[in-house]
Ligand binder design. Structure first.
Ligand code: NAD
Ligand code: DAU
Length: 356
């Protein structure tokens, strides 16, 4: 048995593939990734020589390639992690987001629909298409508002979240119209190992250690609901195993924190684990910079459906997860140095200018 994963060289897809294959009896994985700036084969280096992992460098929007992979490997499930995922990049260059997240998902769905339609009835019933999505499709919450449930109105505010919302709608429509056996997960902010250092937590760790400024957008009081990446991966495995067809499951850690609190925590952990020469705190490197346009103020996930129906709950608290994350970055300076390519440096310069 095989599963096909798209975007498995990225942050969450990479962690998912590593965790999946950590099980000795695991089904093999065909990993289709375009290796954009966010895809990194080094994340998968520990799988080198493992015949259960087949890496394919390619685009999920390449119908011919996907059709061939499906025919050749006959997966019993397709899990779609591939996306353009960074909100700030979607603001400065939205087209790639529409291309990848909307058109890419559409092309993938078409190839999968044709494959699924040709399966024998037992295989057809067992097949699953799992789409990995985000809480950002629900928009922004006010201070006292209840956390997002699965029936919350879609109100995406950035080109990124709008493109993810469009992909969610396509997935839903392929179930409703064609009967494709789909599952969708909408998760809150992840953090953990192999996170590309353009996102808040890894950027703060990496900048702090390099003696650079720690750029906090606006007042830093925007709230996100943080989940350790391996808990997201376990939720996806559980939904794949037992989720009801056509259903949406919200995934979150009941862990709302303001950005400034996150940055303080990172600084305090670094002060403890790798103190600055001279004894000053890393907090001294914090600087408030111009806010993100259209910045969503608050996200919070209500994960009761996933817990109640499928018995999932996170294994890590924020305290344990963030400590492991900071340790991981301290232990992997080589990984960080190699992902900080020339293209990445250009992005940092364009985004942060003098504060870079
Ligand atoms: P990421 O940017 O780290 O990785 C995306 C991966 O997709 C990269 O390896 C990239 O090379 C690959 N890719 C991009 N376009 C492709 C294409 N056309 N064909 C094949 N591969 C392609 O993203 P991530 O943070 O790992 O997010 C994975 C998924 O989870 C995304 O769909 C994202 O919307 C969703 N999500 C992310 C978070 C988060 O906090 N990071 C939270 C909730 C949901
Ligand atoms: O909520 C889930 C989403 O979380 C995912 O769908 C996205 O793919 C993922 O990138 C993430 O989006 P965010 O915009 O919330 O993550 P980011 O790490 O970019 O920013 C987190 C918060 O920190 C946000 O309020 C913006 C702020 N921020 C970010 C950066 C990069 C800063 O204050 N300074 C920064 O330099």
């Amino acid at each position: 048995m095989t599963i096909l994963v798209t975007g498995g060289a990225g942050f969450i897809g990479g962690n998912f593939v590593l965790d999946w294959l950590a099980e000795p009896q695991a089904e093999s994985v065909v990993n289709l990734d375009k290796l954009t700036y966010a895809g990194n084969l080094e994340t998968l280096a520990s799988l080198s020589g493992d015949s259960r992992h087949v890496f394919v460098h390619g685009d999920m929007a390449d119908a011919e390639l996907v059709t061939r992979l499906l025919a050749e490997h006959q997966p019993r499930a397709v899990l779609n992690f591939a996306a353009e995922s960074h909100v700030d990049r979607s603001i400065s260059g939205p087209e790639a987001f529409v291309q990848t997240n909307v058109m890419g998902t559409f092309k993938l769905l078409e190839a999968v629909r044709a494959y699924w339609g040709g399966l024998a009835s037992g295989a057809q019933q067992a097949f699953r298409f799992l789409h990995v999505s985000t809480d950002e499709v629900y928009g922004s919450l006010g201070p006292g508002e209840a956390a997002f449930t699965e029936s919350h109105r879609y109100q995406p505010n950035s080109p990124y979240s709008a493109s993810k919302a469009a992909s969610d709608h396509l997935v839903r429509a392929y179930h409703h119209t064609y009967g494709l056996p789909v599952l969708t997960t909408n998760c809150s902010n992840n953090y953990g190992p192999f996170h590309f250092p353009e996102k808040l937590i890894p950027l703060m760790i990496v900048n702090a250690l390099a003696g650079k400024l720690l750029p906090v957008y606006g007042d830093g009081m925007q709230i996100r609901d943080w989940l350790y990446v391996k808990d997201h991966c376990s939720a996806i495995r559980r939904v794949l195993q037992a989720g009801r067809l056509g259903e949406v499951y919200n995934v979150g850690g009941w862990n709302e924190k303001a950005n400034i609190e996150i940055v303080h925590t990172v600084c305090d952990l670094l002060d403890e684990m790798q103190p600055r020469a001279g004894g000053l705190s890393y907090r001294g490197q914090i600087t408030h910079v111009t806010d993100r346009p259209g910045h969503d103020r608050r996200y919070a996930i209500d994960a009761r459906k996933l817990h109640g129906e499928l018995g999932w709950k996170p294994a890590e608290t924020f305290d344990t997860g963030i400590r492991q994350t900071v340790s991981w970055y301290l232990d992997h300076p080589g990984w960080v140095a190699r992902v900080q390519s020339g293209a990445y440096r250009e992005w940092v310069q364009a985004q942060y200018g003098q504060a870079a």
